[in-house]
Design a protein around this ligand. Structure first.
Ligand SMILES: *[C@@H]1O[C@H](CO)[C@@H](O)[C@H](O)[C@H]1NC(C)=O
Length: 237
């Protein structure tokens, strides 16, 4: 139906009485203007800037997981990652279609500044960010402890408050421990977050539930087996 209408419209455009080429060009120019206007008014760039935690194509593909990292060398530039069409991605051998859609979805998230953990880090070197604890005295007895991202090798007392960044999703537990996504303890009030494959991967809900259900089942069977072994040992069965 739609294609019929389109060919009818094209037929109109290319009617001998009209000046076909001019009309067609005019239409294309109009469409392009509208497009450019749209993206300008929404303020979302087609090609967003890299961020400290995601400086290049390989890191982007590593973080989003699903084996996309293996395709990193097929993208000549950061721009190409954000501008290739779904068809072009298929030509590059990014299969199946579900994986291409997944990549396109993450591309869109990134454009809109919707990052995964670590996306708000300011200091990252060689794929590693240092997190430390900033203690703020609220009263002589109460201290507020916040996780801050600091330049590599720096301690909190070597920095001014303006230089420290408070990343979302990280907090302090039991005075010393930094807790949050992929935080590896490296010392007292010190942790690192490293770029890790699949760190930003969308885990499908039903799979996680299935995993939990299965775990419950395994534990239940184990408890039954333990009780049976106990009864047998006591000479009941
Ligand atoms: C990052 O890597 C470079 C080159 O391998 C090295 O010189 C530098 O010390 C590293 N930085 C950190 C913080 O480990």
């Amino acid at each position: 139906m739609k294609s019929l209408r389109i060919s009818a419209a094209l037929g109109l455009l290319f009617r001998p009485s009209a000046t076909p080429s001019v009309t067609a060009l005019g239409l294309r120019a109009q469409t392009q203007t509208r497009w450019a206007h749209k993206s300008a008014s929404s303020g979302v760039p087609l090609v967003p800037s890299p961020i400290p935690f995601v400086p290049d194509v390989e890191t982007f593909l590593t973080l989003i997981g699903r084996g996309l990292k293996q395709h990193a060398s097929k993208f000549p530039t950061w721009e190409s990652l954000f501008t290739l069409s779904s068809d072009q991605l298929r030509e590059l051998g990014i299969e199946p279609a579900r994986t291409r859609r997944y990549l396109l979805r993450w591309r869109e998230n990134f454009r809109y500044g919707k990052f995964g953990p670590g996306g708000d880090f300011k200091y990252v070197e060689n794929g590693t960010a240092d997190l430390r604890v900033l203690e703020v005295e609220k009263s002589p007895l109460v201290k507020d402890r916040r996780v801050v991202n600091v330049p590599p090798g720096k301690k909190v007392d070597e920095l001014s408050p303006g230089e420290m960044v408070r990343p979302k999703g990280y907090h302090v537990e039991r005075v010393k421990a930094i807790v949050g996504p992929y935080a590896l303890p490296k010392g007292i009030q010190f942790a690192q977050v490293k770029v890790t494959e699949g760190m930003w991967e969308d885990k499908r809900g039903h799979k996680v539930d299935g995993g939990e259900r299965r775990r419950e089942e395994v534990r239940f069977k184990k408890r039954v087996a333990e009780r049976k072994a106990l009864r047998e040992a006591q000479g009941y069965y």
